[in-house]
Design a protein around this ligand. Structure first.
Ligand code: 6CM
Length: 261
């Protein structure tokens, strides 16, 4: 509860910090550029060997098998298309820590350890333990931003707007790390684009006119041993579960609200 109080007071401080230059700004810019150049590319656009591991309606989850220093670091890329919501709404609920526990099922605990500007924070979190390996924790910068000039997408349709959340591990001394946890390294992006189809009769724009296409990429290094079969079957199940739960959460949360563009 002390952690929660501390997170809350840091976030109150955050509201007073306009987006600005801080010690992670350059790193964020670099990673945003990488995601726009690379993560947005559809699987199969080049000779990348993405394997489709789950498909449910509009949702497609791909992965590439990758072992680094004996650890499974399979990159993951998911595409989805969500009706009735905007890119900003998707990113808002993904970034906002107030509602994190309402959709994030892999976390045991988290706290905001630093606020860098109004949309950039540092989070420390612990995950549920994957038996029989050690519990994981991670410490990462989380930044939400609007992308003014996204690269054109293949089909020639121009999105109304583009928002993204960029999360990546940082190496800082966290004051109260949980004993026994192995540090996982994460690089995650959620890139969202709104498409608006105005009613043919010239009527007002409602939620029925909205669609949000998302690309979610995750590169997670587990930081230590996890049995391969356990980890691979868990990711195959948990990422679709997260996407299903999170997108349903945002649709439900926004359905009676004014459109946030
Ligand atoms: O992106 C997701 N969540 C964000 C907010 O928490 C954030 C996540 C960063 C870490 C993601 C993976 C860490 C790997 C640790 C493995 C432990 C999994 C335990 C599962 C127990 C059932 O960007 C959504 C992440 C969804 C992961 C499936």
């Amino acid at each position: 509860s002390q952690d929660i109080e501390r997170s809350r007071s840091l976030l109150r401080e955050a509201e007073k910090q306009p987006r600005g230059h801080h010690r992670f700004s350059n790193e964020i810019d670099k990673r945003v550029k990488h995601h726009l150049d690379d993560s947005l590319k559809p699987p199969g656009a080049d000779d990348d060997k993405w394997e489709l591991v789950a498909e449910e309606g509009e949702m497609k989850v791909y992965r590439k098998e990758l072992i680094e220093d004996g650890l499974i670091c399979d990159p993951l890329k998911a595409l989805h298309s969500i009706k009735n919501v905007t890119a900003r709404e998707m990113c808002h609920y993904f970034w906002l820590t107030d509602v994190r526990k309402e959709w994030e099922g892999t976390i045991e605990n988290f706290s905001v350890v630093e606020v860098l500007d109004e949309l950039t924070i540092v989070i420390y979190q612990t995950h549920r333990r994957i038996w029989p390996s050690a519990q994981r924790d991670c410490l990462y910068v989380s930044s939400m931003l609007k992308v003014d000039n996204p690269p054109p997408n293949g089909d020639g349709c121009k999105p109304y707007d583009t928002w993204m959340v960029c999360n990546f591990s940082v190496d800082l001394n966290e004051a109260n790390p949980v004993a026994g946890c192995v540090r996982a390294l994460v690089e995650i992006a959620l890139i969202c684009q709104t498409y608006v189809t105005p009613p043919a009769d010239g009527g007002p724009i409602t939620r029925d006119c909205l669609k949000c296409d998302i690309v979610y990429v995750a590169n997670v290094n587990p930081g230590g041993w996890v049995p391969a079969s356990v980890l691979r079957s868990l990711t195959k199940r948990e990422y679709p579960k997260f996407l299903r739960r999170f997108t349903a959460y945002v649709q439900e949360k926004t359905k009676e609200k004014e459109i946030l563009i």
